[in-house]
Design a protein around this ligand. Sequence first.
Ligand SMILES: *Cc1c(COP(=O)(O)O)cnc(C)c1O
Length: 375
Amino acid sequence: MQRPFNFSAGPATIAPEVLAQAAAEMLDWPDANGVRSGMGVMEMSHRGKEFQSIYTQAEADLRELLAVPAHFKILFMQGGGLAENAIVPLNLGGMRATPGFQGTADFVVTGSWSEKSQKEARKYCQVNIAASNQADGHTHIPEAASWRLSDHASYVHLCTNETINGLEYHSLPDLAALGSSAPLVIDFSSHVASRPVDWSRVGLAFAGAQKNLGPAGLTIVVVREDLLGHALAVCPSAFDYKVVADNQSMYNTPPTYAIYMAGLIFQWLKRQGGVQAMEARNIAKAALLYDAIDTSGFYLNTVHQDCRSRMNVPFFLRDESRNDAFLAGAKAAGLLQLKGHKSVGGMRASIYNAMPLEGVQALVNYMREFERLHA
Ligand SMILES: *Cc1c(COP(=O)(O)O)cnc(C)c1O
């Protein structure tokens, strides 16, 4: 069955073979040797040997896929990216603070998500906006050399792929070279596993799973061990990274089914050739779509070329009165969920790992045909 191509920003498309495997295993999960458990994954105790094997495999596969070094913990949490906006300062916001004073976190604001993150952090620590691209409508990433970093920041926060605005860091800053010894925190929710990560520059990374790693309800946190054990006294135990790490993410019941689904996606990613192979495909997909936009006088993307997202491509019809017709035609052509975020308008094509090149080609063909009929 050829399904329509789904360009949702999240929850987002999942490879059909992954969904088919989950369907086949829904009522009676078999282990790697085909031995039937007699129960579905949702019905298993998180402490039983069946789920433990699912968990252990998922963690090992993610560590391998993202090449996470041994001195980082991988945590499977809940609450999504938005909860992490609070959980990060609750854990790190007191680090390196002058005794008796709140710590300060540095934020580089590049779009809606980093803006939300800095607002939430203000409940728990001081916030310094080291740089912002608000004035230019979130279309470029401020040059790292221009960031005004604090002397003793608890951490520096970046959103490395701005899902709504369509900006992506194509390399991570070397904070030490910029004069900061603070750990770098990255919100990589919407491009996790789409490209390799330089862990030598990262202290903590978090991602909601529902963009590139499976269903909503699971949050991945990758945290350097020296950042554990610094939580503020008010931090809920279930959100204290050290408590979560010490209990292998089972201090409370983890989102077992979402972990299982993410695990199937990790296996799928490995069969595709891993993150490097995905990156090569993602580059090709993004190039195809941006090229179609840039070479037409009908469509427009305003993000600077050097920081355009490979995952989320917002674009506008120059004649916005045709938006509804564009979306209706797209749907009829089997191209779903292309409407832009309400804060930006226009269109947005999210082309995560599970979107095949043929999906992007189909979109580009549709865009050309729509332009031919309406230009
Ligand atoms: C989707 C997203 C989030 C929010 O995730 P929730 O799971 O809805 O809390 C946070 N950051 C980025 C960059 C995202 O794309």
